[in-house]
Design a binder for this molecule. Structure first.
Ligand code: SAM
Length: 450
């Protein structure tokens, strides 16, 4: 069915919405303010989904997307919205998600913009489909698992784009038989464009060509490390396959040369590996650290900080001087080892790491930390916290809980459980535009003991 609407606002997941005869319609790649004729692709009792058929009057906030793959590549949804206006639209959306908490004088702060609206991503994960005749390398299509062939990605750092092309051409021209067995490539760089880590992933156990690292380094001098990963399961996060592996013995990950990726972050020198988490937007993550620091320095005494999902320690190690002690908790063994090494390399004596599951470690830590001045930092994976853990946090005696999330709906679900005991009140909801041009946002919620 075709009909005309005016798009009112963003609806999340990359869509804009309008109302039509009391029914909501969702339109991907629409811009609020667009007057359009649409064609429905799905009709249900409560909502329609539709695509833009004809532009009647373009929104004043519409801009030309710089990327040739926009609307086919699944990476970005909002390159066609002027950046400052996109932040306003994202804020309106967040105000709805957090509406139950925005009351009694508490407001949603302005979204902290990314200093780089493009060129900010330090990591890309490419998928390949190839045979002897043709090769397709890129990201998944926005509506299916087909791979969109790309040559560069405008939200990625220059060095990511440079490495991407050089590595593909190098493997294709010099090691074609080996290259045909590679299914995925991860490229991760430091923000200064001086070091690049490349991980080749294959569903097969491969015998890598001799001196591949040294040869690749001649065309990409920034190459700090080259890894080969054997992916046994087609789906899922890579880190989940290596939870119990130590750095010395990464079962499915083979180092072909170089070492880890060195990253300067918040005045520290950190090392990361392909299977350890690191935030994709360095400048925004450093701003988040400043906000966390601000929360700690406002306390009357230096607290004991529990960093429950610490990764390699990126968020809590820079806070060390404001803490009496930091207890990091990280499930992935080699990420925990890296956190420990990062503390040592930066001469931070008051950081200790507990490798294991957050829930178990949380219960153990509460028994051994005697201090009254305790702060909890939680930055869980996208799906958020387990229900049991949220209940325990809500019953805890932390002075402050600093909850950072890249999934506002999951965060709100957890906050409702944490707040149910009535021991905490929310004092701040601050969003950061960690992922410009996409519908994603990072949100820090500060809770204080009542
Ligand atoms: C979103 S990342 C945050 C890492 C860190 N805060 C940073 O900013 O670099 C979440 C981290 O939690 C770890 N993780 C996942 N599940 C966990 C669990 N059940 N217990 C402890 N850590 C877990 C992941 O390995 C990952 O390092």
């Amino acid at each position: 069915m075709n009909y005309e609407v005016k798009l009112e606002k963003l609806a999340g997941k990359g869509k804009a919405l309008a109302w039509h005869h009391g029914k909501v319609v969702f339109v991907p790649f629409g811009v609020p303010g667009d007057e359009i004729e649409i064609e429905t692709t799905k009709e249900t009792k409560s909502y329609d989904e539709a695509i833009i058929k004809r532009m009647i009057t373009q929104s004043p906030y519409r801009v030309e997307p710089p990327c040739a793959y926009f609307t086919s590549c699944g990476g970005c949804d909002h390159q066609n919205i002027e950046y400052s206006r996109l932040l306003t639209f994202k804020k309106e959306l967040l105000a709805e998600v957090y509406r139950n908490f925005i009351k009694n004088g508490l407001t949603l702060e302005e979204i902290h913009p990314s200093p780089l609206p493009y060129g900010y991503r330090n990591k890309i994960h490419l998928h390949g489909y190839q045979n002897k005749i043709f090769q397709v390398w890129g990201f998944y299509h926005y509506e299916n698992k087909k791979i969109v062939n790309i040559e560069s990605c405008p939200i990625a750092h220059d060095l990511v784009n440079k490495a991407f092309q050089l590595v593909l051409n190098f493997l294709k021209q010099r090691f074609f038989q080996f290259f045909l067995m590679v299914n995925e490539i991860i490229i991760q760089v430091d923000a200064e464009n001086t070091a690049a880590m490349v991980t080749l992933i294959s569903s097969k156990v491969l015998d890598p060509p001799k001196s591949l690292y040294e040869k690749m380094k001649t065309i990409l001098p920034e190459l700090s490390s080259l890894y080969l990963y054997h992916r046994k399961n087609k789906k899922g996060y890579l880190f989940k396959t290596a939870v119990d592996d130590s750095l010395e013995n990464l079962k499915d990950l083979k180092l072909l040369g170089g070492n880890l990726l060195p990253i300067e972050f918040a005045n520290l020198k950190l090392n990361i590996s392909p299977l350890s988490f690191f935030q994709v937007n360095k400048a925004v993550s450093e701003t988040i650290v400043k906000h966390l620091e601000n929360e700690l320095t406002r306390l009357s005494t230096k607290p004991v900080l529990v960093d429950l999902f610490s990764g390699v320690g990126a968020l809590s190690l820079p806070l060390a001087e404001h803490c009496e002690m930091i207890h990091g908790v990280e499930l992935v063994r080699h990420a925990a080892e890296l956190a420990e090494a990062n503390a040592r390399n930066n001469s931070i004596p008051n950081f200790t790491i507990h490798q294991g599951d957050a829930f178990e470690a949380f219960n153990r830590l509460l028994q051994i930390i005697n201090s009254q001045a305790k702060v909890l930092l939680i930055d869980p994976p996208r799906q958020g916290l387990d229900r049991e853990l949220s209940i325990r946090i809500g019953a805890g005696d932390f002075q402050k809980v600093l909850y950072l999330s890249c999934h506002p709906h999951a965060q709100v679900r957890d906050l409702e459980i944490i707040m149910a005991r009535g021991k905490f009140r929310i004092t701040k909801i601050q969003a950061f535009d960690m992922f410009p041009q996409t519908h994603h946002t990072e949100v820090l919620v500060v809770l204080e003991r009542v």
